[in-house]
Ligand binder design. Structure first.
Ligand SMILES: O=C(O)CCC(=O)C(=O)O
Ligand SMILES: [Fe+2]
Length: 274
């Protein structure tokens, strides 16, 4: 045991690793705000040139052929044109797109999440929610209600706005300070807002390139997109590396319980729960 510790202490450290661990992106007051509210807004995390790139990447993703076993494309019924299916989101993007992979696994984004955890983070899942015109909103929930506690005790997600998000097109609304009370409802069911009168949701409109970091216990919701343009938002979710890398198991489980449209059995009903 002592020998092992000695070896670890003397092991040469990679200079990049040193830099990763010492460079700080958040002020102490911001980390405190994240702890207090359960979320933190970072305006213009991405520069306009990066946002244009992100937009191009999102288009590249949409153009990729939908093949079982790869990235996961989900559709929903349009609220505007009954009978029409519109893309609602694409998940498991990083393995199939180098740009997203680098953005979410290297550099500033994971470094910021690690700072909020106070230790190194690992990517758990990633997706783009399209919320097309007529796309539905999300009932109030805590992300942990989607069974995430089977993989790690806490997750931190970062939302990066690709399009401008407003109340009219269904921006995220979060309840500050309500993350400290653990689970507020049942697993796999949206929260019953009437049973939680003390919880107040604050709209969090965002401009392209803005980011919101939020933890898996913050209640949040969003409305439908009532405009003529998509409201695309990138979400990347991380857990503490010390709790393990669960991405492969998470997506294997999800493919079984809620497969993307191209992997569904004809005639079978699939219901989105949380
Ligand atoms: O994109 C949204 O409007 C909310 C999405 C959300 O909360 C989720 O996917 O868990
Ligand atoms: Fe959510």
């Amino acid at each position: 045991m002592i020998r092992l510790r000695h070896v670890a202490a003397c092991a040469p450290r990679h200079p990049l690793h040193e830099e990763k661990m010492t460079k700080r992106y958040f002020r102490e007051s911001e980390v405190e705000e994240f702890r207090r509210s359960g979320y933190l807004v970072v305006p213009q995390l991405l520069r306009p040139a990066q946002v244009s790139e992100l937009e191009r990447w999102a288009q590249e993703l949409v153009a990729l052929p939908e093949v079982p076993g790869r990235h996961m494309v989900y559709y929903e019924d349009s609220l505007r044109e009954p009978g029409r299916r519109v893309p609602s989101r694409v998940e498991n993007v990083c393995p199939y797109h180098g740009g997203f992979d680098r953005l979410l696994r290297e550099g500033e984004v994971p470094a910021r999440v690690s700072e909020l955890f106070g230790e190194p983070a690992v990517l758990f899942k990633d997706k783009i929610n399209f919320k097309m015109p007529g796309g539905d909103g999300f009932r109030a929930h805590q992300d942990v209600q989607a069974g995430w506690d089977a993989y790690a005790s806490l997750h931190i997600s970062v939302l990066v706005s690709i399009d401008e998000a407003t109340l009219e097109n269904g921006c995220l609304e979060l309840a500050p300070g309500a993350h400290t009370r653990s689970l507020l409802g049942e697993m796999w069911k949206p929260l019953d807002e009437r049973a939680l009168p003390h919880i107040r949701f604050e709209p969090c409109p965002s401009r392209p390139g803005d980011a919101v970091f939020f933890d898996s216990y913050v209640p949040h919701r969003s409305g439908p997109n009532q405009t003529d343009r998509p409201r695309r938002v990138l979400y990347a979710t991380y857990n503490r590396l010390s709790e393990g890398d669960h991405r492969a198991r998470y997506y294997a489980d999800k493919r079984k319980s809620y497969p993307p449209d191209c992997e569904r059995e004809p005639g079978k009903q699939y219901v989105f729960r949380v």
